[in-house]
Design a protein around this ligand. Structure first.
Ligand SMILES: CC(C)(COP(=O)(O)OP(=O)(O)OC[C@H]1O[C@@H](n2cnc3c(N)ncnc32)[C@H](O)[C@@H]1OP(=O)(O)O)[C@@H](O)C(=O)NCCC(=O)NCCS
Length: 237
């Protein structure tokens, strides 16, 4: 998909979301996106956010604070005032009324997506950013269904292919888990035809399939030499 060898990419310059910022055409609905280099941004946190990292290690303080700063930068880009984004019990963000969003970070980059409910077809969104690296056989078996493993075994670029599969499932989890109210296992969802860039979704868990239809869930992915970035959004039907 991308011919630049990863070791020739200057990571400090490699924006994982390829300059996507306000991406209605790519996302299929009005979603604002931003990425930010991870650093110590604890000073920028709101008081309500601090308990989440009270006992956290420095790396976690960096990723948490950078995720929040990134989200506030997106919120500002959407023309909305800055606000606190506390963590909920399940680990997700408490977004203010009328706003939905999602965060993800590697140790190097934070990404945030938000959408204003009144100007968006989505009911919820989930994003995920992963640094491309080989996944061990055991991890592949854990995340991929037998059919997905079969597709992976024929993939021309198995590294990004496997990471894209993992990332899409993380995005789907973030998008659906609160609504579903239950843990979603990796094998509850099946994603085919990743190599063509237009992933096809299957819901293998009967309860999940009863609650959501595959046509309700939109999936997007962007692959750069170093990262896979994915987005899932649930259509408001
Ligand atoms: C929760 C989970 C999806 C987070 O993903 P991750 O790759 O570990 O970490 P990321 O950096 O991409 O995302 C972390 C952010 O996700 C958000 N998040 C955490 N839990 C969440 C949840 N239950 N719902 C939505 N968003 C959540 C938070 O904003 C968090 O960042 P923060 O703590 O700094 O606020 C993951 O740890 C997990 O539990 N996965 C297992 C379940 C799963 O993926 N099943 C697949 C079903 S198809």
């Amino acid at each position: 998909m991308n011919s630049i060898p990863p070791d020739q990419v200057d990571e400090s310059e490699a924006c994982p979301i390829n300059g996507l910022t306000f991406a209605p055409e790519w996302a299929g609905t009005n979603i604002f996106l931003k990425s930010l280099k991870v650093g110590d941004r604890v000073d920028e946190l709101f008081a309500e956010e601090l308990p989440a990292i009270a006992k956290a290690a420095p790396v976690r303080r960096d990723t948490f604070s950078s995720g929040r700063s990134c989200a506030r930068a997106v919120i500002a880009e959407a023309g909305l005032p800055a606000c606190a984004l506390p963590r909920l019990e399940d680990g997700s963000v408490k977004w203010p009324e009328g706003l939905m969003g999602s965060l993800s970070h590697t140790n190097d980059w934070a990404v945030a997506a938000i959408a204003v409910s009144s100007m968006c077809e989505a009911r919820s969104i989930g994003i995920d950013l992963e640094r491309i690296k080989p996944l061990e056989e055991g991890v592949i078996k854990l995340i991929a269904t037998p059919a997905e493993q079969q597709e992976l075994s024929c993939a021309q670029s198995p590294e990004w292919h496997a990471m894209a599969l993992f990332s899409l499932k993380e995005s789907i989890y973030k998008c659906l888990a609160r609504d579903f109210g239950k843990f979603i296992e990796f094998h509850d969802v099946e994603i085919r035809e990743l190599a063509g860039g237009r992933p096809i979704l299957g819901l293998k868990n009967a309860e999940l399939a009863q609650r959501f239809t595959t046509s309700q869930l939109e999936l997007r992915m962007a692959v750069t030499p170093l990262h896979v970035f994915t987005l899932a959004w649930l259509r408001n039907e």
